[in-house]
Design a protein around this ligand. Structure first.
Ligand SMILES: [Zn+2]
Length: 335
């Protein structure tokens, strides 16, 4: 390996370890494929991970119907800037499930939600075939309002490294996929891949109908392969009131412990919600005209492009919930 290549790989590994979604994009992922998703190269799924191989073994012990839809929630407008935790006070928690590189894990989350009533926020990359393969199972949850499916861009590229045009295509191509497949375009919630964004990216996203990027404050740290016991430990650590916790449908480490995650939520008397439960989507600001100027120096990725520097909501949470550490400073490796 050439030294330059080695350094590039090393840098990529370090960056991935610090952010949200390592290895979510295959090395051979097309930059922006054309045509319909069905004609695109498929992400290599785990062997045997067909839609018919739903991992029911993973949820056999999860209690059925344990979670109900929240009542009495006062929805608030979607803020500008970024979202790192749920607004207001309460015992609500939002588990978000990203990427979808492992169809079996996605199927297990869908089955878990159907069985327990767990409300979920999905951040989908339409490029991952799992979102197409399991649309028939997932769409009823979206249609009923138990789950919400949002934009994680089409092919999970670092938005701070793209041109304005490429950013727009990554966002809008995924919107088209979500609209065709799930009947919703995902607005106004978008999570930038790797949690990587900056003011220039934010400005483009705002122009596309995303007033705030959606970050997190707590993680199952399962974007890379992780031991099931560690996933449980992460859940125990990060499922707290008003937290947005990031998980991934990427690796099977979570499969055998999904029922334990449900137990943890129950034991802590937390009420699962999704983002559309807590934000009033009827009061979204109109989509302003797209910015026309060429990329400025602020578009250059910098340390502030990481979630650490940009993860503070513009509407700060109440003091009692103010993060004692950066919400998106990863609690453990594997982000
Ligand atoms: Zn991701």
């Amino acid at each position: 390996m050439q030294r330059r290549d080695f350094l590039a790989v090393l840098a990529a590994g370090v960056a991935a370890a610090l952010t949200g979604c390592e290895n979510a994009t295959p090395a051979s992922a097309p930059l922006m494929p054309g045509g319909s998703p069905s004609r695109l190269p498929k992400y290599p799924l785990k062997r045997g991970a067909s839609p018919s191989s739903i991992a029911t073994h993973a949820i056999n012990r999860a209690p059925a119907g344990v979670f109900q839809a929240p009542t009495g929630l006062v929805q608030v407008p979607v803020p500008e800037g970024s979202i790192t935790m749920l607004p207001g006070h309460g015992n609500y928690v939002a588990l978000t499930v990203d990427d979808g590189t492992d169809a079996e894990v996605l199927a297990a989350y869908i089955a878990l939600a159907k069985r327990t009533g767990l409300r979920l926020t999905f951040f989908a990359n339409g490029y991952m075939s799992s979102w197409t393969d399991h649309a028939r199972a997932l769409r009823p949850l979206v249609d009923s309002g138990q789950a919400v499916i949002c934009n994680h861009t089409w092919s999970h590229r670092d938005l701070t490294a793209l041109s304005d045009h490429e950013i727009v295509r990554e966002v809008q191509h995924n919107e088209q996929f979500l609209t065709n497949t799930y009947g919703t375009n995902g607005r106004p919630f978008l999570r930038p891949p790797y949690g990587s964004h900056n003011r220039h990216v934010d400005r483009i996203l705002q122009a596309l109908g995303y007033p705030a990027v959606t970050m997190w404050w707590g993680s199952l740290a399962d974007s890379t392969p992780e031991r099931p016991a560690q996933v449980v430990a992460n859940a125990e650590k990060w499922f707290l009131p008003q937290r947005i916790v990031i998980g991934h449908a990427n690796h099977p480490g979570v499969l055998s412990v999904m029922d334990q995650i449900v137990d943890i939520i129950q034991q802590k008397s937390l009420q699962p919600v999704h983002l559309a439960d807590v934000y009033d989507l009827s009061q979204l600001p109109p989509i302003p005209p797209m910015p026309t100027q060429s990329p400025s120096p602020s578009a250059t990725p910098s340390p502030t492009a990481t979630p650490t520097a940009t993860g503070t909501p513009s509407k700060a949470p109440s003091p009692s919930h103010k993060p004692s550490r950066s919400p998106s400073a990863p609690p453990t490796k594997g982000h």
